[in-house]
Structures are given as C-alpha cells and as structure tokens.
Design a protein around this ligand. Structure first.
Ligand code: ATP
Ligand code: MG
Length: 262
C-alpha cells in the first residue's frame, strides 16, 4: 500500500481552491518532484499533506504504517526565517519536537539525534553559531539536518535550493539524492524541471495542466515536453546539455529581470 495517496484532492484556503483534481500516490523509497508555476499551490499542497491545513475536498490516505511524526519538513524559506536569531544547535534540536510528546526539555535521545544529523549534513563546525550569520547554503543544510530529526521515513522539501548558487545547488541535490538512496522517501518542490527529471522517479505537475506519472512518462507527455522546452528556452540551451553544472531557470530569470530594469 502507498505511504501517501491523494484522491480527487482539492487544496486551498477558506474554501477557496488553489489546486484541484489531484490524484497521485507516493510509495516507500520514491522520489517525487512537484513542479508548477508560481502560485499554482505547491506549498499549499505540502502543508495539506502535512495536515497543517485541511483539504478543501477529497482525501489523503496514509498507508504502510506511516506515522505523520515520521515526516520531516523543510519549509520554503522566507526573509524572516533567514534572519532567525537562534543557534544552529537550537534550530536542529527543534526538529525533534514532534517526537517528544508533552515533555518540555530535550533528552539524551533528542540531543544525540540532532548531533548525528548535524554531522551528516556537515554543519557541526557551526553548531554554536547564530543561524543568521550563515551563508544561504549553510542555512539550508541546517534546515535539512532539522528536518531529518523528524524524518524517520519521509522528507518533504519545499524549494530546498532556492537562492543557492549552482555549485551549492548541485551539492544540495546530491545530498538529497543520497538520503533517498538510504531509503528515505522524498517529496520535493522545485522550479527546476531539468533537475526534477534528473533526480526524481515520479513527477507531479500542478497548475493549468495536471500531470502525475513516472519521469519517463513525464518526458513523453505533452506537458513534460512543453515545460522542458520552456525551461531550455529560458536558459537558451539544449535540455540534454544542461546537467550537471547547469544554470537554474530562476538564476537565468534574475539576469533577465535585471536587464529589463536597465
Ligand atoms: N495563508 C494563505 N491564505 C490565503 N491564501 C494563501 C495563503 N498562502 C498562499 N495563499 C494563496 O494560495 C495560492 C497558492 O500559493 P502557494 O504558496 O501554495 O503557491 P506555490 O505554488 O507554492 O508558489 P511559489 O512557487 O511562488 O512558491 C496563491 O495564490 C497564494 O496567494
Ligand atoms: Mg511555494
């Protein structure tokens, strides 16, 4: 049975639907990439899967013994979060909260989990530093270590590479891929279709066109061909030449926006 299954799911706020007719499933060990335009409802869908908000209609069926506390979440970064005045250690430890029940203090087990994940993500050298003093790439590693404290089986990542340079982006993607190879099921939101088809085994596209299927099915589909073409046009290069060491669409766009302002 699937770990997570969405059946005719509609998500949104105060009965206002932002994405609907969503049907997809995530099985143990899968790497699902969720792609779609800005505002298409990707983050809203993730929050709904995490039960942080209610579906407008339809169902989310949890199976295979998945406990919601076993899902780690790396939220989309905001400017406020980037300026968070806590230490790296405190931030990573706070990822253990879902497994603590009503206990007010972190115990030995939580501290050990936090240290193991800091080690794994290579952030031990900054353990006592203030989060806001770190670079964007270091901050994302800290948030990944935090998410891993909860992620016994599944990680949900909302644009984990946004704002990172191409080298750090690649490192981050490789890190996430290695976690998947260790057996952690991944659901990742990305604007980068090229990276999505490189790493993920399933793709969910939401927006005007809804698509769910394997990477191979996506590449053969009209939706897939259209979006691959749009991104390679934005970059001005051929899709098969752009990975690894590619330029992400958002970085290319920043340059274009800059040109327009001149
Ligand atoms: N808390 C909220 N209350 C009401 N509407 C919201 C709220 N958060 C987001 N929305 C609206 O829901 C729609 C979908 O937003 P969402 O953040 O899910 O999009 P997204 O696909 O993640 O976009 P992006 O690629 O920019 O991150 C947008 O029109 C947004 O304005
Ligand atoms: Mg979003």
């Amino acid at each position: 049975m699937a770990l997570l299954k969405a059946v005719d799911l509609a998500v949104g706020y105060d009965r206002q639907v932002v994405a609907k007719e969503l049907n997809f499933e995530v099985n143990s060990g899968d790497y699902l990439c969720v792609v779609g335009e800005n505002g298409s409802g990707k983050s809203t869908l993730m929050k709904t899967l995490l039960r942080l908000q209610k579906p407008v209609s339809g169902q989310i069926i949890v199976g295979d013994g998945l406990n919601e506390k076993e899902i780690g979440y790396l939220p989309q970064q905001t400017i406020v979060q980037k300026d968070f005045p806590a230490s790296v250690k405190e931030i990573v430890l706070s990822g253990c909260q879902s497994s603590m029940g009503f206990r007010p203090f972190y115990g030995k087990k939580e501290k050990q989990t936090a240290f193991e994940n800091m080690e794994k993500m290579g952030v031990m050298p900054f353990a006592d530093k203030c989060y806001r003093e770190l670079s964007g790439g270091q901050q994302q590693r800290v948030l990944l270590a935090r998410a891993l404290c909860a992620a016994g089986r599944m990680l949900i990542l909302d644009e984990p590479v946004s704002g990172l340079d191409p080298k750090v982006t690649l490192e981050m993607y490789e890190l996430i891929s290695s976690l998947n190879k260790e057996g952690i099921t991944i659901i990742m939101i990305s604007h980068d279709i090229n990276a999505a088809v490189h790493y993920a085994d399933h793709i969910l596209h939401i927006g005007n066109k809804i698509f769910f299927g394997t990477r191979e099915e996506f590449l053969k589909s009209k939706t897939g061909k259209f979006f691959m073409m749009m991104q390679s046009k934005e970059r001005g290069d051929a899709p098969q030449m752009v990975f690894p060491g590619y330029k992400s669409a958002s970085q290319t766009k920043e340059v274009k926006d800059g040109e327009n302002n001149d």
